[in-house]
Design a protein around this ligand. Structure first.
Ligand SMILES: NC(=O)c1ccc[n+]([C@@H]2O[C@H](COP(=O)([O-])OP(=O)(O)OC[C@H]3O[C@@H](n4cnc5c(N)ncnc54)[C@H](OP(=O)(O)O)[C@@H]3O)[C@@H](O)[C@H]2O)c1
Length: 164
């Protein structure tokens, strides 16, 4: 299994007119290109597993659908670097899952939810144990588990399936 968890925010606020290209590049380098690089490095090794699993850790803030919904709890949490980097990661994961759809691979993006970590100066309401359990669940899916999906308990507490 491969869990691509590394991520940075680039700091907030991130308005579109003053967030530097350098900051946006740095965030994409870690959250998007870094994940692709690690996936490409490990894919041949994963192919040797009878149950290969890839979990790309995304964010609820990646959802373009919800960013256009004024009733969404995070509607005002916009940013020029972080959310877009995770939206791009989601798009890459859709392509990866498509390419691997006729194999034993399961490939998903999973949002750990707003969790108290160094990332947000421990402001999140979720604890790391619960957040990690949500992520690991998709790294140990059995053969009839989903692939090519976006899971976020923050975005959908009932089924966990988030709109893209
Ligand atoms: N916390 C939340 O509320 C929340 C919500 C949604 C999504 N997420 C996502 O969850 C993931 C984990 O975040 P977290 O909350 O655990 O944040 P965190 O406490 O800041 O941890 C981030 C981790 O990523 C590693 N990392 C950062 N840049 C890296 C790089 N260029 N190369 C290798 N490793 C790098 C860090 O390693 P070092 O310690 O060595 O720097 C650290 O282990 C991220 O992808 C984040 O976007 C978090």
């Amino acid at each position: 299994m491969l869990i691509n968890n590394a991520g940075i925010s680039g700091g907030f606020p991130q308005d579109t007119h003053s967030t530097s290209i350098a900051t946006i590049r740095q965030v994409f380098d870690t959250n998007f290109f870094g994940t692709i690089q690690v996936t490409q490095a490990f894919i041949d090794l994963l192919r040797k597993s009878p149950e290969p699993r890839i979990v790309n850790v995304t964010s609820g803030l990646a959802s373009l659908t919800l960013h256009n919904d004024p009733s969404w709890q995070y509607y005002k949490v916009k940013g020029a670097a972080y959310g877009p980097s995770k939206t791009a990661l989601n798009a890459y994961t859709v392509v990866l899952a498509y390419e691997l759809k006729d194999t034993a691979f399961k490939v998903n993006v999973v949002d750990p939810g707003y969790t108290a970590t160094d990332f947000n100066h421990h402001s999140g309401p979720r604890n790391v144990t619960d957040a990690a359990a949500d992520v690991v669940k998709f790294a140990v899916l059995d053969a009839d588990g989903p692939s090519g999906m976006f899971y976020s308990v923050d975005n959908n507490p009932e089924t966990g399936v988030s709109p893209w």
